[in-house]
Design a binder for this molecule. Structure first.
Ligand code: GLU
Length: 460
């Protein structure tokens, strides 16, 4: 095993966003590509917003996507003592200090900055001041001594060289006045203690990175490599939100998408390998690198996802699909199962997702009439030949062999004799037998359902 260690670090404050799912995927692929370790850290220090339900949701979505971490999760909240210990160490080493500035003082600074059209920055007023001068009744925060000049630089594996003038970085807070460590501190301490070699995350964290590097330097720890991946946008180029459609991984699960299609799609959102659209898990692992990850935000394209999903559904193993259908319909009879098995190849090739598949097998169930609603188009197809209904039923009553080729030949002759277009008869039969205007070959369906059932449905 290589020494590559990555972590996915969601905050359990809501469902697993599709952008975070992609972050998890990139971490996973990078670890697998390098024979390294893929870890999970639950960043649950925001006690007001973190919930166990959200955590369970996130874990369930990761499981569904096949992105379970290699080890049990690390809980950031359980590491608070360690975070405080590091703050104490930084204070002892004079690399951090207590700041007693009051809210009023800070508000004053902020207002002055607004007036002068400058960005607000804490003015380091307690950096060198003697703590003996501390005013009574104020619980201080702890601030890091950020470098006063020079630059903080790093080479992001996706974004390239990032260089920030240290004059722009204030002595930021690492411990709040209520005694809780800040995210900035916790994330660095945890990444050091977990021996993380590569931090792969959304580029909304890019601006935090220089501050984190300052902490690595203060702690005399080696900085990991950073890879900040662009956010996902909707089709209109705005940050992906509810307006654009489903944003949580679990919603895609409910909509009937397959995890392998999601993985492929999320990989392609931002990563390219020539013109390849269909990328298997094995290829994804062997091809993954950051050179081929784009710097600019990718736009979510539902149509592309649908196409990929249809592709994976068509190639999905029938036994697995039968397990899915049996779970959807716990009362499936043996007859129904055998009918479904016979037509599954054709049905799955026509469905875009599992929900469509679930509905597409309804006509193979017994008591079909009670279970089905006709599509609008199917209703019209029936209406077209409603006057000929009796004649059509009588015609099939007379046919003994319900083999599909025989049915086809006989129906063709019947259509000619009656001067009705064959396609209208087929559409009528399809509507009556399946409730829909799309289905596998209607004569094969008639063979499968057998004569009694066909006549029953035609008479309904
Ligand atoms: N918990 C942070 C988030 O959910 C991630 C922090 C990180 O990856 O460094 O955005």
């Amino acid at each position: 095993m290589s020494n590559v260690k990555v972590r996915f670090a969601p905050s359990p404050t809501g469902m697993l966003h599709i952008g975070s799912a992609r972050t998890a995927l990139f971490n996973y692929l990078f670890a697998r590509h390098n024979g390294g370790e893929y870890l999970l850290r639950i960043e649950d220090t925001d006690k007001a917003r973190s919930t166990k339900e959200a955590e369970a949701e996130i874990l369930a979505s990761m499981n569904w996507l096949g992105l379970n971490a290699d080890k049990e999760p690390v809980y950031q909240s359980k590491r608070e003592l360690r975070h405080k210990e590091v703050v104490a160490q930084l204070l002892a080493e004079n690399k951090a200090y207590h700041c007693y500035a009051t809210k009023e003082e800070l508000d004053e600074l902020r207002e002055a900055a607004i007036k002068n059209k400058q960005r607000f920055k804490y003015d380091n007023r307690w950096r060198e001041r003697n703590p003996n001068e501390a005013p009574a009744g104020i619980t201080p925060v702890v601030r890091i001594k950020a470098p006063l000049d020079g630059y903080t630089k790093f080479n992001d594996l996706v974004q390239g060289e990032i260089k920030v003038n240290n004059k722009e970085i204030e002595d930021f807070i690492i411990l709040r006045s209520d005694g809780t460590p800040t995210y900035m501190l916790a994330v660095v301490v945890d990444d050091i203690d977990m021996a993380i070699t590569h931090v792969i995350r959304g580029d909304d964290h890019l601006s935090n990175t220089p501050k984190q590097i300052i902490l690595y330097n203060a702690l005399i720890a080696t900085c990991p490599e950073f890879a900040h991946i662009p956010l996902i946008y909707g089709a209109d180029g705005k940050k992906m939100s509810k307006r654009h459609g489903a944003t949580a991984a679990s919603e895609y699960q409910e909509l009937g998408y397959l995890p392998e299609a999601m993985r492929n799609y999320l990989l392609r959102l931002g990563f390219s390998h020539g013109d390849d659209e269909i990328i298997s898990d094995a290829d994804a692992i062997s091809w993954f690198n950051f050179t081929n990850v784009g710097k600019s935000p990718a736009r979510f394209d539902f149509k592309k996802l649908d196409n990929l999903n249809a592709h994976y559904l068509k190639h999905k193993n029938n036994d697995e699909l039968m397990v899915f259908l049996a779970a959807q319909y716990p009362d499936l009879t043996e007859l129904e199962k055998s009918r479904i098995n016979k037509l599954l190849d054709e049905i799955k090739a026509r469905a875009k997702n599992l929900i469509e598949l679930k509905h597409a097998i309804l006509f193979l169930r017994e008591n079909f009439g009670e279970r089905l609603t006709l599509t609008d188009k199917a209703q019209k197809d029936i209406a077209k030949l409603v006057d000929q209904q009796i004649k059509i039923i009588d015609f099939y009553k007379e046919i003994d062999s319900f083999k599909h080729d025989n049915l086809y030949e006989k129906t063709k002759i019947f259509a000619e004799q009656e001067d009705i277009k064959l396609k209208f008869i087929a559409a009528f039969l399809r509507a009556k037998l399946t409730g829909s205007h799309v289905s596998p070959s209607i004569f094969e369906i008639m063979e499968l359902l057998e004569k009694d059932e066909v006549l029953k449905r035609l008479s309904m």
